[in-house]
Ligand binder design. Structure first.
Ligand SMILES: [Zn+2]
Length: 148
């Protein structure tokens, strides 16, 4: 059973390829870009979620990103103030197909943040590829049989 840990990005170096995650209680982890989940580029003060394997964080993904948050020291407070009910809360993530779609407040269930998903280019390209393939086949067929 894998346990997901949470921490705060406290250092971002080398264009985001190296950084540090602080999980509080002197639990600090240094990571390299290979340990990041594909498509995630860390920003200072991001709250991240990861799997710890042999003292190394892996599959580091964004859990919550504060907008316009000032750079602060390494104090870890994973709680944020809900703009809807004003309570100090730990944002809950709504995960769809393994990706965090949005975060919401566990106290009042209001939406906190939405995460833009990149367009499904793979699927679109796949469909386009098939359509173009069919058109080309038809064209070649008509050209070859002289029925055009
Ligand atoms: Zn709330």
């Amino acid at each position: 059973m894998e346990e997901k840990l949470k921490g705060v990005i406290t250092k971002v170096m080398d264009n985001g390829n190296i950084g540090e995650i602080n999980c509080g209680k002197n639990n600090k982890f240094t990571y390299t870009s290979e340990q990041l989940h594909a498509g995630y580029s860390p920003v200072l003060n991001d709250v991240v979620e990861f799997t710890l394997i042999e003292d190394q964080p892996f599959a580091i993904t964004l859990y919550h990103r504060q907008k316009g948050a000032p750079a602060q020291s390494s104090s870890v407070d994973l709680k944020v103030k809900c703009p809807h009910c004003g309570q100090s809360i730990m944002p809950k993530a709504k995960v769809v197909e393994g990706k965090v779609k949005s975060t919401f407040c566990p106290k009042c269930n209001e939406l906190l943040e939405k995460f833009e998903q990149p367009p499904k280019t793979n699927f679109t390209n796949w469909v386009l590829g098939i359509l173009i393939g069919i058109l080309l086949t038809l064209l070649i067929y008509f050209l070859a049989t002289g029925k055009l």
